[in-house]
Design a protein around this ligand. Structure first.
Ligand code: KIV
Length: 276
């Protein structure tokens, strides 16, 4: 079915962690999106996306839960395998779901599953300072890691809702330090969700690894959105940073291509998608 994978062989080679570092060094914005199956993976690959995340947001947009908390390891593996079959060029990252990395050993076992069974090239985990020992252990196992800080949806019940983080000076200072410490512990990428623009810039300037934002303003190395927000089919209330790229376009591929272009040119995010 996915014969496009042979036919594309290939003007552009698959993206690696080195490509992402070079893009950062060259000032080329990294266009990232979520996908959860082979068909959409094919579309986003052909639209020029650089990085695909099999996010545990699948718990909300695919499974219809209110949060990402119910998602299991087996479900992540299933979606990772499905997504991989549609991908050639983008770098594949997969989420470690809630309570799958509560100890360094458990994190290593589950990351190995995402990489060996799901064929992810990097795992993402949520949390700052409390996760340093886990990140350190994974890095020693040569597992590439994306550390997700700011609004961490798996902690929604602790945070009291899906809210902007880091608005108070002390929290902001703590978050900058957490990013620095996560990089020192071995994180290869930092994802920033729902934080004010100026805090994202401080974090961007404090670390040397690529920073990817969602609701974190323009001063980061790349942007990520949930595919279903790009297509305006996420049920319920839309986050401020969501943008419907399908409006006025004829196909899903055109919508995702427009998203990629908007990220690359800096047209997205606009001020209305950001937090002060
Ligand atoms: O699960 C997910 O889709 C994510 C994005 C919000 C970055 O973590």
């Amino acid at each position: 079915m996915y014969t496009h994978l042979q036919s594309k062989a290939r003007e552009l080679p698959p993206i690696t962690i080195s490509t992402l570092r070079k893009m950062k060094a060259d000032g080329e914005k990294i266009a990232c999106i979520t996908a959860y199956d082979a068909s959409f993976a094919t579309v986003v690959d052909n639209a020029g996306v650089d990085l695909v995340l099999v996010g545990d947001s699948l718990g909300m947009v695919i499974q219809g839960h209110d949060t990402t908390i119910p998602v299991s390891m087996d479900e992540m593996i299933y979606h990772c395998k499905s997504t991989l079959r549609g991908l050639y060029r983008p770098f594949l990252v997969a989420d470690l779901p809630f309570m799958s990395y509560s100890t360094p050993d458990q994190a290593a076992t589950n990351s190995a599953r995402l990489m060996q069974e799901g064929k992810a090239s990097m795992v993402k985990l949520e949390g700052g300072a409390p996760q340093l020992h886990v990140v350190e252990h994974l890095a020693k196992c040569d597992i590439p890691i994306c550390a997700h800080i700011g609004l961490t949806p798996q902690s929604v019940h602790k945070l009291g809702g899906f809210r902007v983080q880091g608005r108070h000076a002390d929290d902001a200072k703590e978050m900058v330090q957490a990013a620095v410490d996560l990089e020192s512990a071995g994180a290869d990428m930092v994802l920033l969700e729902c934080i004010p623009n100026d805090l994202a810039l401080r974090i961007h300037d404090a670390v040397s690894v690529p920073t990817i934002g969602i609701g974190a303003g323009p001063e980061v190395d790349g942007q990520i959105l949930v595919l279903y927000d790009v297509l305006d089919i996420t049920p319920g209330r839309k986050p401020r940073f969501a943008k419907n790229f399908l409006a006025g376009r004829d196909s899903v591929r055109d919508a995702v291509t427009a998203y990629v272009e908007a990220v690359k040119t800096g047209a997205y995010p606009a001020p209305e998608h950001c937090f002060e």
